[in-house]
Design a protein around this ligand. Structure first.
Ligand SMILES: Cc1cc2nc3c(=O)[nH]c(=O)nc-3n(C[C@H](O)[C@H](O)[C@H](O)COP(=O)(O)OP(=O)(O)OC[C@H]3O[C@@H](n4cnc5c(N)ncnc54)[C@H](O)[C@@H]3O)c2cc1C
Length: 309
């Protein structure tokens, strides 16, 4: 299983595959399970359907590690137009983005400028902007960025990854700026010296971090979100919330479009807050390979699409 996961994560970074695989029609067919379509309108239509069953959405346009800053300007303008659309149609939709989409690997100042424009527009709607956490090459920069932007704009959220050894210290430091956190396990291929590789230990760390987040949120009232489909962990978090007198109605779970829909509905029925993260965009290849790596059985699903029309 680990060999397959590592292979798929290697594929996600391979430039030749990145060019070739997205053109294969059976892969495009299989992709539909995780993504309603490549266009923003596809994502908004799906968001409305989810909203109607009590699950508002978070939208993200796929793309990462841009090669020049003019592309970052285009991404910034795109997100500004999405925020305007959300306002015009009065939709309950949040956005989540990667800092390397806005130029982080090229210029921190320009990234700050781009992000600040988006955050300012969202702030007027009292809407949060979430920041995804990317590979470990960017962890420190992303956390520093978050602290800086948080001193200017308050309603910004950040993703942390439980597989990283550094996440406990990062969370402790971040608590000083009253953060909004989305905790996930982590989706990248990280080396042994900085990340846990064993599922049991990643889950254990997730629960420890969850406890710390719930305690902090009880005090400050900021948003603490659990981004996971792991039902065992979700059960443990609910139990932890009871122990800490954290209201179950405030417990918030985010899951990905196409995964565990019944569990999402069940959590809503139980009175928790749930959001679905819906991705769209043409640059889906590395993101899609990470989804396959999370559950290598998904590869069978892709292969089955080779034989269907
Ligand atoms: C809202 C949200 C935001 C995220 N943002 C980031 C981010 O910014 N940075 C980052 O590194 N990672 C991010 N991730 C991905 C995350 O790190 C994990 O890789 C992913 O969520 C799988 O872990 P899990 O917690 O669901 O647990 P797992 O133990 O991997 O999965 C639990 C169960 O969920 C189901 N499942 C999980 N993944 C899949 C899948 N791909 N296909 C089908 N079934 C599946 C399976 O039944 C599995 O047994 C995000 C995830 C979510 C839900």
């Amino acid at each position: 299983m680990a060999v397959m996961r590592n292979f798929l994560l290697w594929c996600s970074d391979n430039p030749t595959l990145r060019n070739k695989v997205p053109q294969m029609s059976f892969v495009q067919r299989a992709l539909k399970r995780f993504m309603p379509g490549e266009e923003i309108d596809d994502a908004i239509t799906a968001s409305k359907e989810f909203f109607n069953i009590g699950i508002p959405a978070v939208l993200t346009r796929l793309g990462e590690d841009l090669q020049n800053l003019s592309e970052a300007d285009e991404v910034t303008n795109h997100y500004l137009s999405v925020i305007d659309k959300i306002a015009e149609e009065n939709l309950d939709i949040e956005i989540s983005l990667k800092l390397t989409q806005l130029g982080l690997s090229l210029s921190q100042e320009k990234t700050f400028e781009n992000f600040d424009k988006i955050a300012e527009r969202a702030e007027k709607l009292n809407n949060i902007v979430w920041i995804d956490m990317e590979g470990s090459k960017y962890t420190k920069k992303t956390i520093e960025f978050y602290k800086r932007i948080k001193s200017k704009r308050s309603y910004i959220g950040l993703c942390l990854q439980s597989y990283l050894f550094s996440s406990h210290k990062d969370l402790n430091d971040l608590l000083e700026v009253t953060p909004n956190i989305r905790l996930v396990k982590g989706a990248y291929n990280e080396p042994h010296d900085i990340a846990l590789r064993d599922k049991f230990r990643v889950d254990e760390n997730y629960l420890d971090l969850s406890r710390k987040m719930l305690e902090a949120s009880n005090k400050d009232g900021n948003r603490m979100v659990f981004g996971t489909h792991d039902l065992k962990l979700i059960k443990a978090i609910k139990k932890e919330a009871d122990i800490l007198n954290y209201p179950q109605s405030k417990l918030e779970f985010h899951m990905l479009y196409g995964i565990k829909l019944n569990a999402q509905k069940q959590l809503v029925e139980e009175g928790h807050i749930v959001r679905t993260l819906i991705s769209y965009g043409k640059l889906w290849y590395p993101w899609y390979m990470r989804r396959l790596a999370e559950r290598p059985a998904n590869v069978m699903f892709v292969l089955k699409n080779m034989f269907s029309k």
